[in-house]
Write a protein that binds this ligand. Structure first.
Ligand code: NAD
Length: 523
């Protein structure tokens, strides 16, 4: 493994926004420090020109039937799958994750999203009849109209799926997409664009990639797209939301997570322990839905903790490109390693015990389990986004739920119990966008179900019918049903006689009398 100094890289996006940027981004392999390639940073003028050309391409795309759009998107899926190994290798080199993770968490879900859209997008976006109450003499339906150009700004932890998943949804809905990937992982999206351009039937300008730091992201919003989908940290999300607010651009924000895992007193120790280890250390813990805090019932706490520590000792960590028999790769972004170290120092200083891990070699951070944690420690209250699982013992499931909800974040949550009914009851009380019983992560891979956060974890949903429709504005089309008269009774002229008639009608319809009730039930 390389020395830490060899792999220090990249200005953080926040710094880059204020301090000016270089004209090229150099991408390095975090596991080895090797330079993988460079991409030019898009200028403000280039970003504007890209948005304008995407807008032109969108007009023709929106005119195609949805079925035709999704058939063409399947060609893109097929090309991605055909070149899957090339993508997996680049992803693992650029991001540090294992090749299993690149295949199963990045390439697979992108292919699944395209497949889901090909089966369901046309039905989800078909006009929806509105059943009218009072106005039965008219008909109404909702038309889902593409917004236009969607700007997608994505992070480095899952550069492929968090860029292309939203891209496919936006395109299926009839939009064009301009994507700004993270400056930490630019190459894999340059590859995606190359594959797009090489696929027959996909208009080049319909999906475009601009490269750069935070400044390029704000240039993109400033170019007035019709919607912004941002995935990233809470602090950046607030800046993006403020920019969108000033310009009245609708935005979806997928922000940080602090997923609690509640281990009930009847939890199966082996499955729960394995769930915690996979949920805590997959992608080196750099997942917005990683298990970030464990609340274990006193009945199972000690056995669960010992089993988790035992399982961690079996994990094999190393450079993803050297072997397929590896569980954990390298962390991606050196600034994130600093965050992880700060959490551990804070927890130790406040009395927690590091049971395993806590050390780094370059960008390889050992999977770390910390016992004896509480909510005075940042490791239980702030996002970690690294390979740490902190444990807290609780006396009851009510106490676990109270702690789980004591957070400014609410993206995912997990409950492990032998009693599915109890699992459902607890899930319904936890404040989060998704709660999974007896498993980890699976919900994100389900393109059928909406995904997103509550509280500071974000605004809006991706995936599922809700996610697809969010890429459209909803137009209410309202048409007369039986032919028309010269004028409606509610139109001019207003007269005293008409007023009296309306007064009676309002009382009859909405007043307390029995006629009002009968009419109300009828309508
Ligand atoms: P980040 O907020 O630093 O950057 C995200 C993207 O925003 C990057 O492309 C960056 O260049 C861009 N950006 C930075 N400043 C900007 C500005 N002022 N205007 C416009 N764009 C700007 O996040 P990150 O470090 O890349 O990713 C890690 C974070 O993402 C974590 O907090 C994680 O929880 C979150 N995340 C959330 C989800 C989710 O679905 N909710 C998924 C993955 C990651």
């Amino acid at each position: 493994m390389p020395d830490a100094t060899q792999v220090t890289r990249f200005t953080s996006s926040a710094e880059a926004t204020v301090s000016g940027v270089s004209s090229q981004i150099e991408s390095r392999n975090p596991a080895t420090g090797e330079v993988l390639g460079r991409v030019p940073v898009s200028s403000t003028e280039e970003v504007r020109a890209v948005v304008a050309s995407a807008r032109r391409a969108q007009e023709a795309w929106a005119l195609l039937p949805i079925e035709e759009r999704t058939v063409r998107l399947l060609r893109f899926r097929n090309a991605i799958v055909d070149r899957g190994e090339e993508i997996v290798e680049l992803l693992s080199q650029e991001n540090g994750k294992t090749r299993h993770e690149s295949l199963l968490f990045e390439v697979f879900p992108v292919a699944e999203v395209a497949t889901y859209l090909s089966k369901h997008a046309a039905e989800i976006l078909s006009p929806q009849r509105v059943t009218l109450g009072l106005a039965k003499y008219r008909t109404a339906y909702l038309q889902y109209v593409p917004r236009g150009v969607v700007a997608i700004i994505s992070p480095w932890n899952f550069p492929f799926v968090l860029s292309l998943g939203d891209t496919l949804f936006a395109l299926a809905a009839g939009n064009a997409v301009v994507l700004k990937p993270s400056e930490v992982t630019p190459l894999v999206l340059a590859k995606a664009k190359e594959i797009w351009d090489a696929t027959a039937g996909l208009p080049r300008d319909l999906f475009q990639v601009v490269q750069g730091y935070g400044k390029t992201g704000s240039d993109l919003i400033d170019a007035q797209p019709d919607m912004v989908v941002f995935t990233g940290g809470v602090a950046t999300g607030k800046r993006v939301a403020a920019m969108c607010g000033e310009r009245l651009i609708p935005c979806t924000l997928e922000l940080g997570g602090k997923a609690p895992l509640i281990a009930c007193e009847d939890a199966d120790i082996e499955r729960t322990a394995r769930g915690i280890v996979f949920g805590g250390f997959a992608n080196s813990g750099q997942i917005c839905i990683s298990v970030e805090r464990v609340y274990a019932h006193a009945q199972v706490h000690d056995r669960l903790l010992e089993r988790v520590v035992g399982l961690v000792s079996e994990l094999r960590q190393g450079d993803p490109m050297t072997s397929l028999d590896l569980d954990v790769g390298a962390m991606t972004f050196d600034k994130q390693v600093d965050v992880v170290e700060k959490h551990i120092a804070d927890a130790k200083q406040k009395g927690a015990v590091v049971r395993t891990g806590g050390t780094r070699k370059g960008m390889f951070f050992a999977p770390t389990v910390i016992a004896g944690c509480n909510h005075d420690m940042t490791v239980m209250t702030e996002e970690i986004f690294g390979p740490i699982v902190p444990f807290m013992k609780v006396a009851s499931e009510d106490e676990a739920i109270a702690h789980a909800n004591d957070s400014h974040l609410g993206l995912n949550a997990y409950v492990f119990t032998a009693d599915r009914e109890k699992g459902r009851r607890i899930a319904e009380r936890v404040l989060a966008g998704s709660v999974v019983v007896n498993d980890v992560f699976v919900n994100y891979a389900m393109a059928e179900a909406p995904f997103g956060g509550v509280k500071q974890s974000g605004i809006g949903r991706v995936h599922g019918p809700e996610g697809l429709r969010s890429f459209c504005h909803v137009k209410h089309v309202n048409v007369d049903r039986f032919g028309t008269m010269d004028r409606e009774p509610t139109w001019y002229p207003f007269t005293k006689g008409a007023y009296g008639g309306f007064q009676k009608a309002v009382r009859a319809l909405f007043g307390g009398g029995s006629l009002a009730k009968r009419l109300g039930d009828l309508l």
